[in-house]
Design a protein around this ligand. Structure first.
Ligand SMILES: [Zn+2]
Length: 391
C-alpha cells in the first residue's frame, strides 16, 4: 500500500519502508541494510575527471532496492552495515523503485533495531509453489518436511546452518536457515522476514537472523503422512514447472541415456572421465563406477533418473566387481551397457527426489528408487487420466 504523506506529518522528512518507496518531491529517509556493494569510478564527459560512485542493493526486509551513492566516503562500506540515509532521491526504473544518495544526503550508521519491525499481518501471504527468486516481504505458513544441520566454510569461518524442505498444499521448496530456529520435521511454522534466492536453478527460502519463525497449529497444512502417501505426479507437469524440489514419479523403463553402465570418474571431482581426460583436471587415473541414466516414461512424458552405484547394483543385481571381472575377460564395455539395459527394460519404478528441468529435458536425482510389482501398464491410460484431470 503506498504511504501517502499524511497532513499531520506536514512536509518534514518522511521515513518510509523500502516496499513503500515511490518517486516523490517529499524528502525521504530510509533505514536499510547493505546487501551488496560495489565501488566504481565514472569518467565525467565535461572535463574527463573521475567521480567515485558506490552502487548495490539495500534491504529492510520489506523489499530490496538498488542504490547509487555519488561521492561516497573513501572508507569501505561493508556488506551487512545498517544505514540511515536522507534525504534520498527515489526514481522508478522498469517498475521498481531505486534510490540515489547525492550531495544533500546525510548517511550515518544505524542500529539493527531501527530497521522496521516486520508485522506478520502487514505482509502478503505467499504459497510455497509460487515463490520465485528475489521474493521477500511475505508471510509463509508451511510444514517442515525435512531438516538437517550442515557445516559450511564462509571465508575463514566455519558456520553451522540448517537445510531442509518446506511444504504446503501447493508444493514444496527447499530452505536454508543461517540461525537455529529449532525446526523439527512435522512442525507447522509461520515465517516472516524470509527471502527467496535461486539455488541450482530452483527457488530456495533463506532464513537469517532477521527472520522470525513461530510454530502454529497448522491444521490447514498437509501432514507429513499426507505428503509421503501422495500419489505420483505426471511427468509432463515437471517440464512446465521447471522441475520440483521434491517429487514422486512412477513409470516404466524405456531406455538408458549415455553414459550408463561402467563409467570412470575423476578422483578429484567425480566427473566422467573420457579417454583418460577429466574436463576440469586433465589427464587423470579414472576410478571405475556403475551408474544408470534411466529413461522412465509414464505415458505423459519421460524423465531421466540419475541412478548412482548403490541403486544401479540393487536394480541390476550385479556388483561393480563382477562387471570389472567380465571386462577383463571380454574387453567390451558396451556389452555391459547392453546387459544393464536388458535387465532394466520394461520394469516399473517409483522414484522420488529433486527434479531439474533444462532444454534437454527433466532429470531426477533420486533419494529413493524402488521397483514396483510388475502389472500390465497401459501408458495410454495414464495419459487419458491426466487429460481428464483425474491426476
Ligand atoms: Zn576432475
Amino acid at each position: 500500500m503506498p504511504a501517502e504523506p499524511s497532513e499531520a506529518a506536514g512536509q518534514g522528512p518522511l521515513e518510509l519502508r523500502l516496499k513503500d518507496l515511490r518517486p516523490t518531491e517529499r524528502p525521504i529517509v530510509i533505514v536499510a541494510r547493505v546487501v551488496s556493494v560495489q565501488r566504481r569510478e565514472i569518467t565525467r564527459r565535461s572535463d574527463g575527471g573521475r567521480r567515485p560512485v558506490l552502487s548495490g542493493l539495500l534491504s529492510d526486509g520489506t523489499a530490496t532496492v538498488r542504490f547509487t551513492w555519488w561521492d561516497p566516503p573513501s572508507e569501505e562500506i561493508e556488506r551487512g552495515t545498517v544505514l540511515r540515509a536522507g534525504p534520498v532521491q527515489v526514481r522508478e526504473f522498469r517498475g521498481r523503485a531505486e534510490v540515489t544518495f547525492g550531495w544533500k544526503t546525510r548517511v550515518a550508521p544505524a542500529n539493527e533495531s531501527e530497521l522496521p519491525s516486520l508485522r506478520a499481518e502487514d505482509l502478503p501471504v505467499a504459497r510455497v509453489g509460487t515463490l520465485t527468486d528475489g521474493d521477500e516481504g511475505f508471510r509463509l505458513e508451511a510444514r517442515v518436511a525435512k531438516v538437517q544441520p550442515k557445516t559450511v566454510s564462509v571465508g575463514e569461518e566455519r558456520r553451522l546452518l540448517y537445510e531442509g524442505l518446506l511444504l504446503d498444499a501447493s508444493g514444496s521448496v527447499g530452505f536454508t536457515a543461517w540461525s537455529d530456529f529449532r525446526l523439527t520435521p512435522g512442525a507447522a511454522i509461520r515465517i516472516v522476514g524470509g527471502y527467496v534466492r535461486a539455488f541450482r536453478g530452483r527457488p530456495q527460502v533463506i532464513l537469517d537472523e532477521r527472520s522470525h519463525v513461530e510454530t502454529i497449529d497448522g491444521r490447514a497444512l498437509p501432514t507429513l503422512d499426507d505428503w509421503q502417501r501422495s500419489g505420483p505426479a505426471p511427468i509432463a507437469s515437471l517440464g512446465a514447472s521447471r522441475g520440483a524440489e521434491h517429487v514422486v514419479l512412477e513409470g516404466v523403463v524405456v531406455g538408458l541415456s549415455p553414459p550408463s553402465g561402467l563409467v570412470y570418474r575423476c578422483p578429484e571431482c567425480r566427473r566422467n572421465v573420457t579417454k583418460g581426460l577429466c574436463r576440469l583436471h586433465g589427464s587423470v587415473q579414472g576410478e571405475a563406477d556403475l551408474r544408470a541414466r534411466i529413461v522412465l516414461d509414464d505415458g505423459t512424458g519421460a524423465v531421466t533418473v540419475n541412478a548412482g552405484l548403490d541403486d544401479t547394483e540393487r536394480l541390476w543385481g550385479r556388483r561393480l566387481a563382477d562387471c570389472l571381472e567380465q571386462l577383463r575377460q571380454l574387453p567390451d564395455a558396451s556389452l555391459l551397457e547392453e546387459q544393464l539395459f536388458e535387465a532394466l527394460f520394461g520394469r516399473r519404478l517409483r522414484a522420488s527426489g529433486r527434479a531439474t528441468a533444462d532444454d534437454f529435458g527433466v532429470t531426477l536425482y533420486p533419494e529413493s528408487l524402488l521397483e514396483l510389482p510388475s502389472v500390465e501398464v497401459d501408458p495410454g491410460a495414464v495419459a487419458r487420466e491426466v487429460s481428464e484431470g483425474r491426476r
